[in-house]
Design a protein around this ligand. Structure first.
Ligand code: HEC
Ligand code: HEC
Ligand code: HEC
Length: 286
C-alpha cells in the first residue's frame, strides 16, 4: 500500500477556495462545480485519523446499496433486511461525521426503505434505492473531486533526496536536474561533444539512482514500483547508452535516450505527475 503524505493547512485552503472553483471542459454544458468541503471532514482522513474512515464508509455504502438491490431482485427478504440495517447505520454516519452536511442526506428514505422491505414490496424498494442514490450523486458532483485531491493525492514537498554532491535536495530540484541532464546529453550528441555526453550520461544514472532511494517514502515495503521504472531494464539501458556514446554510435544513443525518456520519465509522470498537477490546479495556493 502506498503511504500518501499530506501537508497543508485546511484553514488556509478554505480562505482561498471560499467561493467555487470552476473547471471548464471543452463543452460549457459539462461544467462541474467544485465546492470546498467542510473542515470537519479532515478528522476522518490521515494523518488526523489512523485510517481513511470517510472513504471506507463510502465503500461500505456502495456495497450495501448493491446488496439490497440484488436481494430485492431475488425477492430475498432476510437478505434485504440485513443489508438495509447496515446501510442505515452507515448512511447516518455521514452526518455524524460531518454535521455541516445534514441537508445533503435524507434519513427518512431509509425508514421508508425498511418499511417497503418488511412488506416485501420490492418495486418500491427499488424506487427508494434510486432516490437514495440521488442523494449520493448530488453530494459527489459537488464535492468528490476536491476531497480526493485534498486528502488522498500524494505529496512530494517533504521528500528529501541527495544531489550529485551528496547534498540534500528537494524532489522538484531533482526533476530539474534530470531534465537538464537529458537535454545536455541530447545537445552534446547533436554537436559531437562525446566527452560531455559520456560524463552527463553517468550523472543521469546517478541522479536516477538518488531518485530511486525516495520511492519507499511512499511505497513502503514494496520494492516492485522502483523495480518497474528504475530496475534492471533501466540500468541496462543506461549502461548500453554509455557504451554507445563511447563507441561514437550517435543515432543509437539518440534512440536509446528516447526509450529512456518514455520508459522512465513518461511512465512515472503518467501515474505521479499528472495527479500532482491536477491537485495543484484544484488547490492553487497551499
Ligand atoms: C517518481 C517518478 C518520477 C520519475 C522517474 C521522473 N519524474 Fe519528473 N516528476 C515527477 C513528479 C511527481 C513531478 C511533479 C512534482 C514536482 O515537480 O515536485 C515531476 C516533475 C518533473 C518536472 C517539472 C519540475 C518543475 O520545475 O516543476 C520535470 C522537468 C521532470 N519531472 C523531468 C523528469 C525527467 C527528465 C525524468 C526522467 C529522466 C523524470 N522527470 C523522471 C515524478 C517523476
Ligand atoms: C454528503 C456527501 C456525500 C454523500 C451523501 C455520499 N457521499 Fe460518497 N463520497 C463523498 C466524498 C466527499 C467522496 C470522496 C472521498 C475520497 O475521494 O476520499 C465520496 C466517495 C465515494 C466513493 C468512493 C469512490 C471511489 O471509488 O473513489 C463511493 C463508492 C461512495 N462515495 C459511495 C456513496 C454512496 C453509495 C452514497 C449514498 C448511499 C454516498 N457515497 C453518499 C461524499 C458523499
Ligand atoms: C509521494 C508519494 C510517492 C512517491 C515518492 C512515489 N510514488 Fe509511486 N505511486 C504513488 C501512488 C499514490 C501511486 C498509486 C497507488 C499505488 O499504486 O500504490 C503510485 C504508483 C506507482 C506505480 C504504479 C503501481 C505499481 O506498483 O506498478 C509505480 C510503478 C510507481 N508508483 C513507481 C514509483 C517509483 C519508481 C518511485 C520513485 C522513483 C515512486 N513511485 C515514488 C505515490 C508515490
Amino acid at each position: 500500500m502506498a503511504c500518501i503524505n499530506m501537508k497543508f493547512s485546511p484553514a488556509f485552503l478554505l480562505f482561498y477556495l471560499s467561493a467555487c472553483a470552476w473547471i471548464q471542459p471543452a463543452s460549457a454544458d459539462n461544467r462541474v462545480s467544485i465546492d470546498t468541503p467542510p473542515a470537519s471532514l479532515e478528522k476522518w482522513y490521515k494523518p488526523a485519523n489512523k485510517r481513511q474512515v470517510w472513504l471506507h464508509t463510502m465503500f461500505r455504502l456502495r456495497r450495501e446499496m448493491q446488496a439490497i438491490s440484488e436481494y430485492a431482485e431475488q425477492n430475498d427478504q432476510p437478505g434485504m433486511e440485513k443489508w438495509i440495517a447496515r446501510l442505515e447505520k452507515d448512511y447516518n454516519k455521514i452526518v455524524d461525521m460531518v454535521p455541516e452536511w445534514e441537508k445533503m442526506t435524507k434519513p427518512r428514505l431509509l425508514s421508508e426503505l425498511e418499511m417497503f422491505a418488511e412488506k416485501g414490496d420490492t418495486y418500491r424498494v427499488g424506487k427508494t434505492l434510486k432516490m437514495i442514490q440521488r442523494t449520493c450523486d448530488d453530494c459527489h458532483i459537488d464535492y468528490q473531486p476536491l476531497v480526493t485531491a485534498m486528502y488522498r493525492s500524494p505529496h512530494y514537498d517533504d521528500i528529501k533526496l541527495k544531489d550529485l554532491d551528496g547534498n540534500p535536495q528537494s524532489f522538484e530540484d531533482n526533476m530539474v536536474d534530470l531534465s537538464r541532464s537529458v537535454n545536455r546529453i541530447l545537445i552534446a550528441l547533436d554537436d559531437g561533444h562525446k566527452g560531455i555526453a559520456l560524463q552527463t550520461s553517468q550523472n543521469l544514472a546517478d541522479q536516477l539512482h538518488n531518485l530511486g532511494n525516495s520511492c519507499n517514502s511512499c511505497h513502503e515495503d514494496d520494492a516492485y514500483p522502483r523495480e518497474r521504472i528504475l530496475g534492471k531494464v533501466t540500468q541496462k539501458h543506461l549502461q548500453t547508452l554509455q557504451q554507445n556514446i563511447n563507441e561514437g554510435l550517435v543515432k543509437d544513443s539518440q534512440k536509446l535516450m528516447g526509450e529512456i525518456a518514455v520508459s522512465v520519465c513518461a511512465r512515472c509522470h503518467n501515474t505521479h505527475r499528472i495527479v500532482y498537477d491536477l491537485r495543484n490546479a484544484l488547490l492553487p495556493d497551499e
